[in-house]
Design a protein around this ligand. Structure first.
Ligand SMILES: [Zn+2]
Length: 336
């Protein structure tokens, strides 16, 4: 009897005022009324009791047993109710919370694409300083001190002899000075000009220039290389056109136009109804540059070209304002 009272007390101390979980409930259920539980045990003991004790013990045992069963039943009901409530608040249709994964800047993507097209044609990348000597930026690429071309380029000067390079052409001059042909390079990089930022001008922008020097290089090689680049960059259906022009470091020189990628040559706002869009400058390397490089006279010929990475990106992505690339507006950048 005393034993049964103890079991009841112990049971109460385990459930009263406790916040029980489902596993707590299972554990307590097993401990008291499971196959080897305390109350089941007491039921077995009943058999061995002297006859006169049996009725009283049996009565108390039944009371304790039904008390425990009833209490466990109540607790289980509460548990089920709170589990239902939890499920109601869990919306299975909610979208998952995505992690934000960044990507390269659209200008970097275009530059990578340009590089990979030229890698495919056997070009390698050459690099040079952005703070450049006046000599390499101007003189060695055939823009002497009194040359009118210097007025065309508004330059940032550190001193009389040191400038922020206004084009990547000095990399070509440095390359030729150090290496004998064959040369087959592209030189991508930042260049600087004193421009006020607007939709089509920035004081800092990226160029990719190319230089090929070898024996028997002709204008046909230049046209083939540029044509292949345009096809890979903009599509097979896009044509190229060479227009006579002037650059001090090439002779003859030509502007390269591509047939308008937006109207396919029919005429639209972007190509100003001409059907053509200018994308780069090019030409045969001016023999004067071979003199600066100290090459054997008359032995080599070559071609060079140069384009603005931002300009190519504007065309490829149909963006009408250069400044958008630099504003770091995530809504803009996420589109690419
Ligand atoms: Zn057009």
């Amino acid at each position: 009897m005393i034993e049964l009272e103890k079991i009841k007390e112990q049971f109460l101390s385990e459930v009263n005022g406790k916040k029980l979980s489902r596993s707590d409930w299972e554990r307590i259920h097993t401990k008291y009324i499971g196959r080897k539980g305390l109350i089941t045990d007491a039921t077995i003991q009943l058999k061995d009791l002297p006859k006169e004790q049996k009725p009283q013990f049996g009565k108390v045992l039944n009371e304790v047993k039904s008390f425990v069963e009833e209490k466990l039943g109540e607790i289980k009901e509460e548990l089920l109710k709170s589990e239902d409530a939890l499920q109601e608040h869990f919306d299975f249709t909610l979208p998952e919370r995505k992690q934000f994964v960044g990507h390269t800047h659209p200008l970097t993507q275009i530059l990578d694409e340009i590089k990979s097209i030229f890698y495919g044609m056997g070009f390698t990348v050459a690099d040079g300083p952005e703070v450049e000597l006046d000599y390499y930026n101007f003189e060695a690429v055939n823009i002497p001190k009194d040359h009118p071309a210097r007025d065309m380029q508004d330059t940032f000067f550190f001193s009389d002899n040191v400038v922020l390079r206004t084009h990547t052409t000095p990399v070509q001059a440095r390359m030729m000075e150090k290496h004998k042909p064959p040369i087959r390079i592209i030189c991508p990089g930042r260049v600087y000009r004193k421009d006020t930022p607007d939709a089509t001008h920035l004081p800092v922008f990226n160029q990719v220039e190319g230089l090929v020097v070898d024996e028997n290089v002709t204008f046909a090689d230049l046209k083939g290389t540029i044509g292949t680049f345009v096809h890979r960059m903009f599509g097979k259906e896009i044509g190229t056109r060479f227009r006579p022009s002037f650059f001090s470091f090439t002779e003859p020189s030509a502007e390269v136009d591509i047939s308008c990628i937006f109207c396919k040559g029919k005429g639209c706002r972007v190509c100003k109804n001409s059907g053509w869009i200018e994308i780069m400058g090019s030409g045969m390397v001016n023999p004067k540059l071979y003199e600066y490089a100290g090459y054997e006279k008359g032995r080599y010929s070559g071609y060079a070209f140069g384009m603005g990475v931002e300009r190519i990106a504007m065309l490829a992505y149909d963006v009408n304002d250069l400044r958008l690339f630099l504003e770091n507006d995530i809504r803009f950048l996420r589109q690419f």
